[in-house]
Design a protein. Sequence first.
Length: 263
Amino acid sequence: MDLHVIGYHHSHGKTFAIDRPNGIGSVWILLLIKTPAVFMQNGKEVITKENSFILYTSDAPQHYRTYGDKYVDDWFYFSVDDEDKEFFGKLNIPYNTVTWLGDISEISSIVQKMTYEFYTAGPHSKDAIKHYLNIFFIQLSRKLHMGLHFPSAKTSAKYECMINVRIRIRSNPASIPSVKELADELSMSLSSFQHTYKKMFGVNVMTDIIHSRLQCATALLATTDLPLDSIAAQSGYSNAFHLMRQFKAKFGLTPTEYRKQPK
């Protein structure tokens, strides 16, 4: 993907309207729609909700206008190749259809970073923009298909704390106490902590902990000769029996059988 031009949080007046019956030519357009607006969809004018998006392909007709006193959006024009189209296909992002997302603050912040890089043109800005484009569409896909919750500015402190908890779970499962203790560390009730974690990351916190423990155990089994008791301890298990039970349930093999497999 190559970025051609970009705008962040642009505000347009009540007379703003776009009418391109033949599309725009060789580039694609992404709009993050921040206010209600009128879009032509399937031959009819539809009032779309704020916090929606549309990805226009190059030849798609574009008809949209302000609804009310102003229209606000983030937008960027970019070119794609066959590899990029395959990338979008894997992410299952719809084309030429306005789609509601919910809270768009996280992905809008990526547009803000791209806008800064584009107009300051600092060292390595082009490389940074390419990475931001990939991250933007990955996050957009996750928002669409996993129901992930990205916070508003009011909840950003809690969001950072939850991110740090997940990094800790994924990188050092042996350091994780009980879920109740994790909740206590954040001064949250157990039910609120569990609900917030699932809403943000799309997975139950205990499921995430077990996944991380088993990942750690399989890595140690494959790369070390440590005894099972040591592997269990380093993976966050209280004893080897607990590790063996969860390992067998997940992989259909005991840890010893897994270790004996050809690598």
